[in-house]
Ligand binder design. Structure first.
Ligand SMILES: Cc1ncc(COP(=O)(O)O)c(C=O)c1O
Length: 386
């Protein structure tokens, strides 16, 4: 067979050597593997002796995600933050500098800030391509970290430009591709070194499991991350890997439908009298619509952010009035979730930065799920009018 198309890879892109011919790879619910002198080896050559280091349940998931992202291999963790921690700790020494954007998932920024106590210096640029590229040239950092679509203002940097600037100064380019997923773009294909996902979001996709993965382009990075995962003890657990692999199989159908619904919701909100502003990279009014089109084609993700007329009071009323959409943190699952960024994902961002970035108290972030978009629109309309 010629090489599989990507939607087929999501379903069948792993070797399954189950001796009983089980279609679905089994869960190896064990802490220990038999050792008769030598340890057995996993398919990628690592010792298979203890489940804090390697467990075969994770391999199909790691293999499929690596193929979807165009990487050499992947390492699965027990959360997105665990994956990011291992990537940063494995690649930074004391005195290293990191360049990132002032806007990113709040816990990631807090983690990078916290590395300051080990002597690691962090510089944050406004999330505009030219600003970040200039900062990289000035600082010449060890590592550049960016998100494909920023959380929560959905900015889209010209990633090939940013990655090229990182490579030009010899920096490691790390991209969080959680919001875009490999359905929209694969950053390793334009030179990034590591791609990270919170698999909690679209890859698992059902709001029922927390996890993360780091995809690497080079063997040396794989070995480093594998050792750090074992040292930090933050490997993904077998049942979580089973659920996440099941989620990945439907990634393409889910995400394509969620992107279409998000566009319908964004268009509806743009016309609504109670809405001040809609932020969605698929709208021509979005400042990065051109870059998004260049990178993603005709799909723009399934998160829509918007600002309400009436400030904090209107926002509080809106969240209380939702009947179908669940108010809460996170995104990427089949159930739609409305998030109040200043109270959750963006709360670790310092207030003056939030102001500069436009993360205001009237801002709502909506993760569009798999409900009929007409029901979502009805719920939004009644909550906005309440
Ligand atoms: C873009 C992004 N990266 C990383 C994370 C962290 O992932 P996790 O919650 O699985 O640790 C999140 C969580 O919301 C996120 O939105």
């Amino acid at each position: 067979m010629r090489s599989m198309r990507r939607a087929t890879v999501a379903v069948r892109g792993y070797g399954n050597k189950d001796p009983y011919g089980s279609l679905i790879p089994p869960i190896y619910q064990t802490a220990i593997f038999r050792m008769e002198g030598e340890a057995l080896k996993s398919d990628r050559g690592f010792d298979l002796k203890y489940s804090r280091e390697e467990n075969p349940t994770l391999r199909p998931l790691e293999e499929v995600v690596a193929k979807l992202e165009g990487g050499l291999d992947a390492v699965a963790f027990n959360s997105g933050m665990a994956a990011l921690s291992a990537v940063f700790l494995s690649s930074l020494d004391a005195d290293a500098s990191v360049v990132t954007t002032a806007e990113a998932y709040g816990a990631t920024l807090r983690l990078l800030d916290s590395l300051g106590k080990f002597g690691i210096r962090l510089r944050k640029g406004f999330p505009e391509t030219e600003v970040v590229v200039e900062l990289i040239k000035e600082v010449r950092p060890r590592l550049v970290f960016v998100e494909t679509i920023t959380n929560p203002m959905l900015r889209v940097l010209d990633l090939p430009e940013v990655v090229k600037a990182a490579k030009d100064v010899g920096a490691l380019a790390v991209v969080d591709n959680t919001f875009a997923t490999p359905v929209l773009t694969a950053p390793l294909s334009y030179g990034a070194d590591v791609v990270v996902h919170s698999t909690t979001k679209y890859l698992a996709g059902h709001n029922d499991v927390v996890g993360g993965v780091a995809v690497v382009a080079a063997r040396e990075r794989l070995e480093d991350l594998w050792i750090w995962r074992a040292m930090l003890g933050n490997i993904m657990q077998p049942f979580e890997a089973f659920l996440t692999l099941r989620g990945v199989k439907t990634l393409f159908v889910r995400f394509e439908r969620q992107c279409r619904s998000a566009m319908a919701v964004a268009e509806f909100l743009s016309e609504h009298s109670k809405v001040k502003e809609v932020i969605y990279p698929g709208l021509s009014s979005h400042p990065h619509h051109g870059v998004a089109k260049k990178l993603f084609g005709d799909k723009f993700g399934a998160v829509v952010s918007f600002k309400l007329k009436g400030g904090r009071e209107a926002a509080v009323k809106f969240f209380k009035s939702l009947r179908l959409i669940t108010p809460g943190p996170s995104l990427g699952g089949v159930e739609s979730i409305a998030t109040y960024p200043i109270a959750s994902a963006a709360s670790p961002i310092p207030e003056e930065n939030r102001k500069m970035l436009g993360i205001t108290e009237d801002l709502v972030r909506l993760s569009v799920g798999l409900e009929d978009p007409a029901d979502l629109i009805e719920d939004l309309d009644q909550a906005l009018r309440s």
